[in-house]
Ligand binder design. Structure first.
Ligand SMILES: Cc1cc2nc3c(=O)[nH]c(=O)nc-3n(C[C@H](O)[C@H](O)[C@H](O)COP(=O)(O)O)c2cc1C
Length: 332
C-alpha cells in the first residue's frame, strides 16, 4: 500500500485534485466524508504569501477533519518559494505540494506552474531546495511535458525522486494541450514501470467514471487516482468509485435528502470559515451541480443564488426537500 513519506494510505487511494476556487475547506470536507483519501488546497502563490496578501493567506486554512491534507504552492523564484515554505509550515499541513502543472498564461509566463517544464534542471533544483528546507514531505504535481515533442516524464520523475520528492501526481496532458484532447495515461504508466521508481505515482486526468478509475488501477498499474472535475458539485464520486471497486456494481446515486444535506453543510461550513456574506456568495456556484437533473427547478435555484441572507438560502433548501423529496435521480 502506498505511503507518502510516513503517511500510510489505503490500497489505490483516491486523491482530491487541487482546484482553484473549488478545493476550499468546505468542499474538501465533503469530499473527505465521501471517501477522498488525500485532499489538496487550491494552488497558492508563493509571492502572494510572502507579501502577506490576505487572499493567499486565507487559502492556508486547513482543518483537522480533512487530514491528510496537502497545501499546494506555486512560483518560480527560489527565494520566494523557500520563504513561503516557512509560512506554509505554520498551518501544519501533512504535505507540501509543488504545482509544476498549471497551464494558464499568467502563471506560465513567469516560469511557474507548467512553465517550469521548459527548464527541467530548475524544476529539479527547486524541488531539492524545498525538500532540504522543510521536515514536511514535498510532493509534485505536474504534466507530461511542455508539448508532445518534449515528453521526458520518466526521466523527470526519477530525478525528482532522487532529490527527495515523496510522491508525484501526473496529469496525462502536456502544457500545449491545456485541457484539450484526452489525457494519455501511458506515459504515466511508464513512470510507474521504471524499476528505479519507489515513490507513489498517482495518475490524473479524465477519471469521470468508476470504470475509468479501475482501468487506471488495473490496466495502468498506478498507485492511486487524483480526481478533479468529476467531483465538482459531486463529492459522492469518491464513494461511487470505492463502491465499484468493492462490489463491481454501481452505487445508488445520492438521494435528494443527501444532496440537500450536502448543500446545507457546505453553506454552514463556508459561513463558519469566511463569514455570512462571503459564505453565502461564494457557495452559490455549487448548487447547480448538487441539484442537476431536477425538472422545473429554476425557481428554487434562483432563490438559492440570489438570496443575500443565509436564512433565505436554508429556507430554499427546506422547500426543495418538501417539493422534490422523493425525486429519483438517474445514475450519472
Ligand atoms: C476549476 C479548476 C481549477 C484547477 N486548479 C488547479 C490548481 O489550483 N492546481 C493544480 O495543480 N491543478 C489545478 N487544476 C487541474 C486539476 O487539478 C487536474 O489536474 C485537471 O482538472 C485534470 O484532472 P480531471 O480530469 O480529473 O479534472 C484545476 C482544474 C480545474 C478544472
Amino acid at each position: 500500500m502506498p505511503k507518502i513519506a510516513d503517511i500510510q494510505l489505503p490500497d489505490f487511494p483516491l486523491l482530491l485534485a487541487p482546484m482553484e476556487d473549488v478545493s476550499d475547506p468546505p468542499f474538501r470536507a465533503l469530499c473527505k466524508e465521501q471517501g477522498a483519501d488525500v485532499v489538496y488546497t487550491e494552488f497558492i502563490s508563493s509571492e502572494g504569501l510572502i507579501r502577506d496578501a490576505a487572499k493567499s493567506v486565507m487559502k492556508l486554512d486547513i482543518y483537522e477533519r480533512e487530514r491528510p491534507v496537502g497545501i499546494q504552492i506555486f512560483g518560480a523564484n527560489l527565494d520566494s518559494m523557500l520563504q513561503s515554505i516557512e509560512i506554509v509550515e505554520k498551518s501544519n499541513p501533512d504535505i507540501i505540494d509543488i504545482n509544476f502543472g498549471c497551464p494558464v498564461k499568467k502563471v506560465v509566463s513567469k516560469g511557474a506552474g507548467a512553465g517550469i517544464l521548459k527548464d527541467i534542471d530548475l524544476m529539479v533544483s527547486l524541488t531539492k531546495a524545498m525538500v532540504e528546507r522543510t521536515h514536511l514531505p514535498i510532493t509534485v504535481k505536474t504534466r507530461l511535458g511542455w508539448d508532445d515533442t518534449s515528453i521526458k516524464i520518466v526521466e523527470v520523475a526519477e530525478r525528482l525522486q532522487d532529490v527527495g520528492c515523496k510522491a508525484i501526481a501526473i496529469h496525462g496532458r502536456t502544457r500545449a494541450q491545456m485541457y484539450k484532447g484526452n489525457a494519455d495515461w501511458k506515459p504515466i504508466a511508464e513512470v510507474k514501470n521504471n524499476q528505479r521508481m519507489h515513490i507513489p505515482v498517482f495518475g490524473n486526468g479524465d477519471i469521470d467514471t468508476p470504470e475509468a478509475a479501475m482501468r487506471m488501477r488495473d490496466e495502468y498499474g498506478l498507485d492511486g487516482a487524483m480526481i478533479g472535475r468529476a467531483s465538482i458539485g459531486y463529492p459522492w464520486f469518491f464513494r461511487e468509485v470505492k463502491h465499484f471497486f468493492e462490489t463491481g456494481t454501481h452505487a445508488e446515486p445520492p438521494t435528494m435528502e443527501e444532496r440537500v444535506e450536502a448543500a446545507r453543510r457546505h453553506l454552514q461550513m463556508a459561513i463558519a470559515w469566511k463569514g455570512e456574506k462571503l459564505g453565502v456568495f461564494e457557495t452559490r456556484r455549487h448548487y447547480t451541480n448538487y441539484f442537476k437533473g431536477i425538472p422545473h427547478f429554476k425557481e428554487y435555484r434562483m432563490k438559492m443564488v440570489t438570496s443575500d441572507e443565509s436564512a433565505d438560502v436554508f429556507a430554499a433548501f427546506d422547500e426543495v426537500m418538501e417539493r422534490f423529496g422523493d425525486f429519483e435521480f438517474a445514475e450519472t
